[in-house]
Design a protein around this ligand. Structure first.
Ligand SMILES: C[S@@+](CC[C@H](N)C(=O)[O-])C[C@H]1O[C@@H](n2cnc3c(N)ncnc32)[C@H](O)[C@@H]1O
Length: 490
């Protein structure tokens, strides 16, 4: 977020951001409805729990489906639905209260269609209702409006009901949404999982990555899942939906298990890449950890080296690869402050001042830089290994392959924590290959490469890895294209 201005007024004087109002384009509503009607042509009733100006329900109306539309705000005349002015989360809570053990809500609706609110009043809404929401959404957590909507819709639906949702897609991989993914997998069959282009809502001044999901309540309806990787733009999505250019795959192929009871939804990942996940992970082979949080960087970290602030501190290489300067100098008294100040924390003390690798934490690209001996580091991921492993590993981490693994498979949101870095598979490489990678990383480091110069080194690394892994040309192209077009592909 942050790309667009804060207040955006929609025609009736309301702030779009307040209500999380983004109109669903027609072709998307039509696609979602048609697909649900194909799967079950005999349904009679539908619910849109955040109906807005009825953008999603015309097709249902034309198919003689009786529609209820809920919205917290009355956005004007309603032609296609029985409009109910209500807070859907509260409506759900009222339905849930009073259920006796094991009883289900089982609303009568055969179809649900929704574009839940996001990027809106949720911060205040959640803050003001935290306790109650925590009770209602005990299992999935209270993180944002759209995840509560998805969970509430699934929980309210009767067996066999179809559910089509377009929403922000961070729930596909973000760690905090693991329980929501579990709910989806345990309670629903997944028919479609489609990533939408990043630019889909740009015209409405919204910079949000979204996906379309069509589910059916109950596990027995599961067939192959139709998936689509993120198309270039709106036109491309429209064409692909029309042409049905989906990849059909078994459910297990879109679920990547990444730890005990942890998994992510992954879309259209070539089987060659999925196989790489059988290799041991960074966290199993090396130490992958975070370091110091000061509670107030401006107080404890100085931009310049000066008396009392002499210890190089690294906190986020950002777009810099192989080489980066320290982000500042930490107070010499950091160990004392760790003992004395409540929110000044030094984690993993025994690894402080050791040489290693420091990884980026925020931003689109994933990158890694050499961490010189005598340095300290922040809450980004840092890797410590034998001296002999530092340089080839640094090269490997900066490869397009690892960019693809991190940003295309493991996590699509902009925050890469040490938990995710720990999950990167470390592929088996011969001594000869490691030696060649080491030479490249050392040269880039010694030349103190700027981010834009780093790509020629990455290219050499990619060539070596592609040769070694013997990937198909198609997969190689996909990886390279992904890594050099992160803005549209993540
Ligand atoms: C992303 S818009 C979707 C509008 C329309 N259905 C569409 O798809 O174009 C989200 C809608 O959710 C409504 N909304 C926000 N919070 C809500 C809540 N707690 N309960 C019901 N509706 C809510 C907003 O008023 C807005 O109309």
């Amino acid at each position: 977020m942050g790309r667009f201005e804060k207040t955006i007024v929609i025609e009736n004087g309301l702030d779009r951001r307040e209500l999380g109002y983004y109109s669903t384009p027609n072709f998307i509503s039509t696609f979602m409805t048609k697909k649900m009607l194909n799967i079950n042509p005999n349904g009679k009733t539908a619910l849109d729990p955040c109906v807005g100006k009825e953008e999603m329900i015309k097709e249902f109306y034309d198919s003689n489906i009786e529609i209820d539309g809920i919205d917290i705000h009355n956005h004007g005349d309603h032609f296609y639905c029985n409009f109910i002015e209500d807070d859907f989360i509260d409506f759900y809570k009222r339905n849930k209260i009073g259920l006796i053990f094991d009883q289900k809500i089982n609303l009568e609706y055969d179809y649900y269609i929704a574009n839940p609110p996001y990027n809106c009043h949720e911060v205040d809404y959640i803050k003001n209702n935290k306790k109650e929401l925590n009770n209602v959404f005990e299992s999935i957590g209270v993180h944002n409006m759209y995840s509560m909507f998805i969970s509430a819709i699934i929980d309210s639906a009767k067996d066999g009901a179809l559910i089509a949702i377009i929403s922000a897609d961070s729930f596909l991989t973000a760690r905090m949404h693991n329980p929501l993914r579990k709910q989806i997998l345990e309670e629903c069959s997944i028919h479609y999982l489609i990533l939408c282009p990043t630019s889909l809502f740009w015209e409405q001044k919204a910079d949000v990555r979204t996906c379309i999901m069509i589910l059916q309540k109950g596990k027995k309806y599961q067939k192959k899942v139709k998936t689509l990787n993120r198309p270039k733009n709106k036109e491309d999505l429209k064409n692909k939906l029309e042409e049905e250019a989906f990849i059909e795959t078994e459910l297990e192929n879109i679920v990547s298990v990444s730890g005990e009871k942890q998994f992510e939804f992954v879309i259209d990942i070539p089987s060659e890449i999925q196989d790489l996940f059988k290799s041991p992970r960074i966290g199993e082979k090396f130490k992958c950890i975070t370091g110091i949080s000061t509670g107030s960087d401006s107080k404890y970290i100085s931009k310049e080296k000066k008396e009392g602030f002499e210890i190089p501190f690294y906190k986020n290489p950002g777009t810099r690869k192989f080489f980066c300067e320290q982000d500042g100098y930490l107070t010499n008294e950091y160990l004392k402050f760790d003992k004395e100040i409540k929110n000044f924390m030094v984690r993993n003390k025994s690894y402080m001042l050791q040489e290693g690798i420091t990884c980026s934490s925020m931003g689109l690209p994933f990158s890694a830089c050499y961490l010189p001996k005598g340095s300290t580091y922040g809450v980004n991921a840092n890797i410590f290994c034998d001296k002999k492993d530092i340089w080839w590993l640094l090269a490997y981490l900066n490869s397009s392959l690892v960019t693809y693994i991190v940003r295309g498979v493991l996590i699509r949101s902009n925050m890469v924590t040490s938990g995710y870095v720990s999950k990167i598979p470390v592929i088996e490489l011969s001594k000869k290959v490691k030696d060649s990678l080491e030479l490249i990383a050392k040269e880039a480091y010694n030349k103190k490469v700027e981010p834009k110069e780093a790509c020629s080194y990455v290219k050499k690394i990619d060539e070596i890895l592609f040769r070694e892994l013997d990937l198909s040309k198609e997969t190689e192209t996909d990886i390279s294209h992904f890594a050099s077009n992160l803005q549209t592909r993540v």
